[in-house]
Design a protein around this ligand. Structure first.
Ligand SMILES: Nc1nc2c(ncn2[C@@H]2O[C@H](COP(=O)(O)OP(=O)(O)OP(=O)(O)O)[C@@H](O)[C@H]2O)c(=O)[nH]1
Ligand SMILES: [Mg+2]
Length: 662
């Protein structure tokens, strides 16, 4: 299936404008590095710009397909690539490993294990061996236990069945299904036009299946995604746990497209009701206004790819979906190009312009005038460097006191939060029925995260506010230093330094920082509790029964005993990590604050150093040039004017890039 041509052309146009601007800026930098100059500063700039252009042209974009188990993720990818059996699919929870698909001449898989070893040249036909989880939904265990209960029942001895009998089955099952070497990732190449232009499609293990490690694998991969396709079904409609997962995703990814699959199974009326409900729920719970939700049938799309059956393809919803998907991809990629590449080209072009302007004005001066000017400029540079020291000194102070800022009231906070969670958790567990207990590994981290989030909110808000104010005042000061330098240097510049505000704006800002503090909390809770629950509860033997037993055990006399034991097990699994959880969160927040401040300091330092250093270097070069006997003022002036013209062209290209991205 080929992506829509016009939109792809449009994306390529933007990318080419940006790449050309980067290459041309590199050329200007190189030309300015004339024979009389030393230091190789501009040559290094040119290298940097070329590398950046190369990266842009290799431009990869990762689109992850996520959703709960069995929603049809793998089938949807197969339909997008037009190959029915490429990725294994199944009625029960299937995919257990992250599979990254990219374009290649042949279909070929590489298996990468957690220990770093690789298995190359695996045939896609063998993928089920690697990608499918064994007994992922506990079906084997369930049937094993069911058979045992049935045997007792047939013999009329169901009353004699003890918990120990059932536990034996669990132990034996766990022993037989012990996981082998864990797969970290499967890389699969496939010759498809859909994967042209650096698109990588990622099939992820479904969430909400009984093995929390699979949800973890998906959660951990999300930060590497540029955009997400979120799969939901017509029936069941979107659930609370899907909404929670969506909220988690929103911390990492800005671009979402929602797909409701398997529409072939329902009538038009059912579909429309389900779609309406899904849209409203997403809008209400995830705060995404007018979410784009596309109803499709991957099954019909696959069947409709057989020649002479285009009506199925028409009915699959794929024609509209593919159009929207193109638009979505172009939009997402375009935003990234604007952010990462157009901005870089613009910054360097402006710096070069300043350097050219200083030189052009300088070579027209008499030697005496020039000496006076550069003596004056040197004083200004010294003043600017003093101001830079002051700005950095303030940041050093904050970094040194990062501990107080974040860790101050740790003890009280820890006590308050842990007891609140414990009380609430016990009360909640007492109310849980079998079905709810089965969902504990998914629900508990969300529940704990909500309580901790609520209790820590004030504390995190204060920290974020403080950092926000600091950022604001330091950015202002930084801009002032450079503005003062520009204004007092004795040379005139065509463009004021308003862009500096934009550049500094990219550094940690209060809102983004507030969001990232929230994310640290969710991440810490997610990983700490998921692992604790997985080890202590899921694989701890008896707990697994809760996963499988559901209705069947509830109907036997054992039901009550197991429910109680399962509750205790959940309490134990959660309580131990709770004690350290708050400390861990605060420590992670502190690391993020200090890390953020340190990165901010480095960026501030670099900005100021560059702004001062570039001009200083221009003035020094000017002196060297005018003193050099071989220097030809007329030629150089012509050369500089030409480069100024090139810089005008680059600005023009960049504004074309901006308008083509709009
Ligand atoms: N009728 C119909 N069935 C579908 C469609 N898409 C998927 N299915 C079926 O739904 C089941 C689950 O599909 P998968 O593609 O394995 O689902 P998944 O989301 O990858 O599941 P996990 O890997 O377990 O997370 C399979 O039996 C598919 O054949 C569809 O559009 N229509
Ligand atoms: Mg799958």
């Amino acid at each position: 299936m080929v992506p829509h041509k016009r939109l792809i052309d449009h994306h390529i146009e933007l990318r080419e404008f940006a790449a050309e601007a980067l290459y041309r800026t590199a050329l200007v930098a190189e030309k300015l590095e004339s024979t009389v100059r030393h230091g190789g500063q501009e040559r290094r700039r040119a290298e940097l710009l070329r590398e950046s252009a190369q990266r842009l042209l290799d431009d990869q974009f990762t689109l992850s397909i996520v959703g709960e188990f069995s929603r049809g993720k793998s089938t949807l990818i197969n339909a997008l690539l037009g190959h029915e059996d490429l990725l294994p699919t199944a009625i029960e929870p299937a995919t257990a490993a992250i599979t990254v698909l990219s374009r290649g001449e042949t279909a070929n898989a590489t298996i990468i294990y957690e220990d770093g070893t690789r298995e190359e040249n695996v045939s896609p036909a063998d993928l089920p061996k690697y990608v499918l989880g064994r007994d992922l939904d506990g079906r084997d265990l369930q049937s094993r236990v069911t058979q045992k209960v049935a045997r007792f029942r047939r013999a009329g001895k169901v009353e004699d069945l003890t918990a120990a009998d059932v536990e034996d089955e669990v132990k034996q099952h766990l022993e037989e299904t012990k996981p082998g070497r864990e797969i970290a990732l499967v890389e699969l190449t496939y010759p498809s036009e859909f994967l042209a232009d650096g698109i990588r499609l990622v099939d992820t293990p479904g969430l909400g299946s009984v093995n929390p490690r699979h949800g973890e694998a998906t959660r951990n991969f999300i930060s590497q995604s540029d955009a997400v396709l979120f799969l939901i079904n017509t029936d069941p409609v979107i659930s609370a746990s899907e909404c929670n997962f969506l909220a988690f995703l929103q911390d990492y990814v800005e671009q979402f497209l929602f797909v409701v699959t398997k529409i072939d199974r329902y009538t038009k009326e059912e579909r429309e009701r389900s779609l309406g409900y899904t849209r409203d729920t997403i809008a209400e719970y995830a705060g995404i206004t007018m979410p784009k939700v596309f109803p499709v049938s991957a099954r019909l799309a696959l069947d409709g790819q057989v020649p002479d059956d285009s009506s199925k393809f028409e009915r699959s919803g794929f024609p509209e979906f593919l159009l929207a998907l193109d638009e979505f991809l172009v939009d997402g990629r375009g935003q990234r190009i604007m952010r990462e590449y157009v901005g870089t080209a613009r910054l360097h072009a402006r710096e070069l312009r300043k350097a050219v302007e200083v030189e052009l004005q300088g070579i027209d001066l008499s030697l005496d005038e020039l000496r006076q000017r550069s003596a004056h400029a040197r004083e200004q540079f010294a003043t600017a460097r003093e101001a830079r020291k002051r700005v950095l000194g303030r940041l050093d102070y904050e970094i040194e006191h990062g501990d107080d800022l974040v860790m101050g009231p740790t003890q009280t906070i820890r006590f308050r939060i842990t007891s609140a969670i414990r009380d609430d958790l016990h009360a909640q567990l007492a109310e849980c029925d079998w079905d709810e207990l089965q969902q504990a590994p998914q629900i508990i981290p969300i529940f704990v995260s909500e309580i901790i989030g609520e209790k820590l909110q004030d504390h995190l808000d204060r920290t974020a506010d403080h950092l926000g104010k600091l950022h604001e005042s330091l950015s202002e000061e930084c801009c002032r230093v450079i503005q003062d330098l520009d204004a007092n240097l004795g040379f005139e510049f065509q463009q004021p330094c308003e862009f500096l505000h934009e550049e500094l704006h990219l550094l940690p800002n209060p809102e983004r920082f507030r969001a990232s503090l929230g994310r640290i909390t969710t991440d810490t809770i997610g990983s700490t509790l998921a692992v604790a629950l997985a080890d202590g509860f899921q694989f701890g033997g008896i707990g697994a029964l809760v996963m499988v037993g559901g209705g069947m055990l509830a109907r036997t006399a054992l039901g009550g005993t197991f429910r109680e034991r399962a509750r205790d097990q959940i309490k134990q699994a959660v309580e131990a990590p709770l004690r350290d959880l708050v400390d861990k969160i605060l420590l992670n927040v502190k690391e993020a604050v200090v890390g953020g401040l340190t990165a901010y300091r480095a960026a501030m330092d670099e900005t100021l150093d560059r702004a001062i250093g570039e001009l200083e270097e221009s003035v020094s070069r000017l002196e060297r040039e005018t003193q050099s006997t071989e220097f030809n003022t007329t030629d150089r002036r012509e050369e500089l004017k030409r480069e100024l013209g090139s810089l005008d062209d680059i600005e023009e290209l960049l504004s074309q890039a901006r308008s083509s991205s709009a």
